[in-house]
Design a protein around this ligand. Structure first.
Ligand code: MD6
Ligand code: FE
Length: 232
């Protein structure tokens, strides 16, 4: 009477409850190895959402969200800010890390302890011990905004992973290959998910599909993503 086991996916994991009774909810769980070097800890930041949002509020009061310009002169639909000893920026001169916020002339706000603890714990559990981020790039998505396929290659040391924390509205992550034209997988990132990637996945093309409208109790009508990197 037992049928073939369904293939585990983030929406229908092998060890969630969703496989037991048709239509029953899937309980967040983790980790899920998406690909070599890419590990998704579903719901790892759940329960710390309010704390993370509190720390984020203080950061955004000092370094507000802004829409940066691409080197080609286009306004990015994603709003960005940073905290840490350096910050990622884009303007007509290119992509780079700077130790000051060009909008205020001040250093970026420091990385809050709660951010650092979460990022280091996730990297450690993913098999990247000794990860010490010097920057958290904050991305703010409103319905309709997205991030086209790109590689993250402005960091000095490619052996350090990137840790990404999703808050608020869900988004579809586009996960391609090492070449821009490689096939692209899609999967959903939800509030509280922590995604660690490095190693063989460090330089894959990836992006975020345009956000669908919605409302989330923690963030309102937006998705916020924190990406922690060792940039310098
Ligand atoms: C985002 N994330 O999730 C955009 N990059 O809003 C990224 O571009 C990203 O999540 C490198 C590693 C993890 C990421
Ligand atoms: Fe990226």
């Amino acid at each position: 009477m037992a049928g073939a086991a369904p293939t585990p996916t983030p929406e229908n994991p092998a060890n969630g409850w969703g496989g037991l009774f048709p239509g029953s909810p899937v309980i967040p769980h983790g980790p899920w190895s998406v690909r070599e070097g890419a590990i998704l800890f579903m719901g790892m930041a759940l329960g710390r959402g309010d704390e993370l949002m509190g720390a984020l509020g203080q950061i955004l009061a000092l370094a507000p969200f802004r829409h940066m310009e691409t080197p080609g002169g286009r306004r990015m639909s994603v709003a960005m800010s940073n905290c840490g000893t350096t910050g990622w920026i884009s303007d007509r001169r290119g992509y780079r890390y700077t130790d000051r916020d060009p909008m205020t002339g001040h250093p970026w706000p420091p990385l809050p302890a709660i951010f650092r603890e979460l990022a280091e714990a996730a990297a450690d559990q993913a098999g990247f011990p000794g990860f010490h981020p010097d920057v958290c790039l904050v991305n703010g998505y409103r319905p309709g905004s997205g991030l086209s396929l790109h590689q993250d290659r402005d960091e000095r040391d490619g052996s350090a992973p990137i840790v990404s924390v999703s808050l608020g509205l869900p988004a579809t992550f586009l996960f391609g290959g090492i070449k821009r034209r490689d096939p692209v997988e899609h999967f959903r990132l939800h509030h509280g998910d922590v995604f660690v990637w490095g190693g063989a996945s460090r330089y894959v093309f990836h992006g975020i599909a345009r956000l669908a409208p919605g409302h989330h109790p923690v963030t309102g009508a937006q998705r916020i993503n924190l990406t922690f990197r060792q940039a310098l």
